[in-house]
Design a protein around this ligand. Structure first.
Ligand code: SF4
Ligand code: MG
Length: 333
């Protein structure tokens, strides 16, 4: 079957004072109905900009989609007029952001903000919209929803506010939910609760999900597939377990080091040595080279392409000249 969403060679550039940078560089991936893809990387890897591009939110005029296609049910979102993409917002693609306070309006009651979606998009009456808002708040695990519906955003804890944002995102039953660091601002226990909620909702609505995170441990329980990004490019992609067990890129290997077991307890995240790349001055060849302990001459000479690993499923691909050695090291410990 055709994928629900197919991103092909997506390229996004930004003008900065230091010059033009390519924040997203020919990124391609497919997403099937009901599937969850985790996009992982450090700050500046291009993961958030990829999400912004999907939602038509690349900040203008500094940012610009410089190439590629985003096919949703076969239609190229980048070629659709704004009036058309706006109709898809919420019903087809919806997004949950990291910081609910900046996305909720502080002067309106939470129930009215949720209800507004039903009034505007489904033509419900005020009373019906309020009832739906309570139902939804209850569904996302907000206690005493019938009372809290009249509270203002600042009266909710961070975790409860994120639940409100999730309620709004799923209100119109989107086919694809995009969540950009949905739990980063929350403490560890609440993080786990919010991730469990997302997993439940996904199963309930057969939604596809794109989870964007810098922390593999947070998304490991929910993701089917992972995609690692570095300096705007995909450096490794495949099924979660396959990538975990047969890691083919030194960058992934670094991120994995902090989670000894996929669903087990997590140790503190050990950041990968070296600084994130300066996109205005990338090294020749492989952008990860300055931080890579596997680097050899070929890494300076040639940019590695994203290719299947030998004797692995075709869906597992890595962009590393020495992928084979990396896999061997991971497997033999
Ligand atoms: Fe390291 Fe070379 Fe692989 Fe880049 S291509 S990640 S520098 S081994
Ligand atoms: Mg980000």
């Amino acid at each position: 079957a055709d994928p629900l969403l197919s991103v092909q060679d997506l390229t996004v550039r930004f003008r900065t004072r230091a010059g033009t940078i390519t924040a997203v560089d020919k990124v391609s991936f497919d997403l099937a109905e009901g599937e969850t893809l985790a996009i992982l990387g450090e700050t500046g890897s291009g993961k958030s900009v990829t999400a912004q591009a999907l939602m038509g939110l690349v900040p203008r005029p500094a940012g610009q989609i410089a190439g590629g296609r985003i096919l949703y049910k076969g239609r190229d979102l980048l070629a659709l007029p704004r009036s058309e993409t706006r109709k898809l917002n919420g019903t087809d693609l919806a997004m949950v952001f990291q910081d609910p306070l900046s996305s909720l309006n502080p002067v309106f009651r939470v129930g009215a903000q949720i209800g507004e979606l039903f009034r505007r998009r489904q033509g419900l009456s005020r009373a019906e919209a309020r009832r739906k808002a309570i139902e939804l708040m209850d569904r996302v695990g907000i206690p005493a929803a019938d009372r809290r519906v009249d509270d203002y955003p600042h009266q909710f804890s961070g975790g409860m506010r994120q639940r409100v944002m999730i309620a709004m995102a799923i209100a119109l039953k989107p086919r694809v939910l995009i969540a950009d660091e949905p739990t980063t601002a929350l403490d560890v226990t609440v993080q786990a609760q919010v991730m469990a909620l997302l997993a439940e909702l996904k199963a309930e609505h057969r939604m596809a999900m794109i989870l964007i995170s810098h922390d593999l441990g947070v998304v490991a329980g929910v993701a089917d597939r992972v995609q690692l990004m570095y300096a705007g490019r995909v450096v490794e992609t495949g099924d979660l377990r396959e990538v975990y067990e047969r890691t083919g890129h030194p960058y992934t290997q670094g991120l994995m080091a902090s989670i000894p077991e996929l669903n087990g307890p997590r140790e503190r995240l050990t950041p990968i040595k070296g600084s994130p790349p300066d996109l205005t001055r990338l090294p020749s060849g492989c952008p990860f080279r300055p931080r890579c302990r596997y680097a050899t001459d070929v890494c300076a000479a040639e940019r590695p392409e994203l290719l299947p690993l030998p004797e692995r499923p075709a869906s597992h691909r890595a962009a590393c000249h020495h992928a084979k050695e990396v896999v061997t090291d991971v497997v033999t410990g």
